[in-house]
Design a protein around this ligand. Structure first.
Ligand code: PLP
Length: 380
């Protein structure tokens, strides 16, 4: 075992914070009050919109709230169906329940692990009002096929780019392919504000509605505290925005580091048979939020066992997402029951996948140690 590496656990994820972030946050703590209260929020939102080349960006306390506001702004509610991939974090789907609509869990594509266009087509009904494709672990789905189907059936699209800042499909950035796009800045993400999120859109109606809904149902600038609807309190703080702005100004560096970490993994694992890592199909750019390995079932070890064995070597991993339709949270839902028999790919892949450590502080030596440990476990 490599000297020194046994002392500290290797975290599965984590940010890269420099003096720039410390300076911006300190400045916000000291000065972003009174007449300057919104300065960092405005700078972060406009820089984010410019980065993505979209018209509007709305900072929020989380990506979950961005999905909730997207659904609310689109007017989705009871009696409506919203399609999500079966494989994603529950945050992609939970807001569908918040607004009283029904989640429909579609299968994933075996290569991209993102929503499959064929499965989407099978899940569309006259009740389908929206679709939430997820750019899983930084991978991009076939956006052309998904958007063609959505357009043909007049279904709104909320692109869940929580895990994919900077990823691209045919030179357009993740988050730009829907009526809204949503991002997470949780501490594990490539760009972090601790906790936080962003809703982006080119549609002015959705932008205005999101601003209204995030501030207890009153328009921006209202000085009379006169609420015309019961809504939500979903606002980011200036300190978070300052941290986000500093991170955004370093985004190319953060993404290059993620891609470098992936390249190290790829060269270490290239010759290991029966191990598949995240893909980057032609015409796409993957920012590899989580380096993910699917192991062939012939190895006879599933994700929980793999995680346990890696943990013995001081390496923290995460399980590839369980199909949402398999979770106790959705046990009673008829749609989950249907998904369990329909979504063959989700159920085939999920048991054999783990996220390997890919925190932004990873070094080549650490990646080598992780890969040596992983290969040793597979051989044993
Ligand atoms: C795919 C996906 N969607 C949504 C979210 C929710 O993000 P947040 O934790 O900022 O609400 C996450 C967070 O991990 C995610 O991975």
């Amino acid at each position: 075992m490599r000297k020194g590496l046994t002392m500290e656990r290797i975290p599965v994820s984590g940010p890269w914070i420099t003096q720039k972030e410390v300076d911006y946050v300190s400045d916000a703590v000291a000065h972003a009050w009174y007449g300057n209260a919104n300065i960092y929020l405005e700078r972060f939102e406009s820089a984010f919109a410019r980065y993505l080349d979209v018209r509007f960006a709305v900072s929020l306390p989380s990506c979950t709230s961005a999905i909730h506001l997207s659904l609310s702004a689109l007017g989705i509610g009871p009696g409506d169906e919203v399609i999500v991939p079966d494989i994603t974090w529950i945050a992609s789907a939970a807001p569908i329940t918040y607004v009283g609509a029904t989640p429909v869990f579609a299968d994933i594509d075996p290569k991209t692990w993102c929503l499959s266009a064929n499965s989407l087509a099978d899940c569309i009904t006259p009740k389908t009002k929206a679709l939430i494709p997820v750019d899983l672990y930084g991978n991009m789905p076939d956006m052309d096929a998904l958007r063609e189907l959505a357009g043909r059936h007049r279904i709104a699209v909320i692109e869940d780019a929580a895990e994919a800042i900077g990823s691209e499909f045919h030179k357009r950035k993740a988050g730009c392919f829907g009526d809204t796009g949503v991002f997470s800045f949780h501490g594990s993400k490539t760009l972090t504000t601790g906790e936080g999120g962003m809703l982006v859109t080119d549609r002015e109606d959705l932008y205005r509605r999101a601003l209204f809904l995030r501030d207890h149902g009153r328009p921006p600038g209202d000085k009379m505290f006169f609420n015309t609807e019961v809504a939500y309190k979903y606002k980011m703080s200036s300190m978070q925005a300052a941290l986000g702005l500093a991170q955004l100004e370093r985004i190319d560096e953060l993404i290059s580091r993620k891609r470098q970490i992936y390249a190290w993994y790829q060269s270490e694992l290239a010759n290991t048979k029966g191990v598949t890592l995240n893909c980057e199909p032609p015409g796409t750019k993957n920012t590899y939020w989580m380096i993910t390995a699917i192991v062939d079932s012939n190895y006879g070890i599933e994700k929980a066992g793999l995680m346990e064995r890696m943990s013995e070597k001081n390496i923290d991993c995460r399980p590839f997402f369980h199909p949402l339709s398999s979770l106790p949270a959705y046990k009673a839902l008829e749609q989950a029951h249907r998904a369990r028999s329909r979504n063959k790919v989700s159920y085939e892949i999920s048991p054999y996948g783990i996220n390997l450590p890919s925190g932004l502080k990873m070094t080549e030596d650490t990646v080598k140690y992780v890969c040596d440990s992983f290969k040793a476990i597979l051989k044993s």
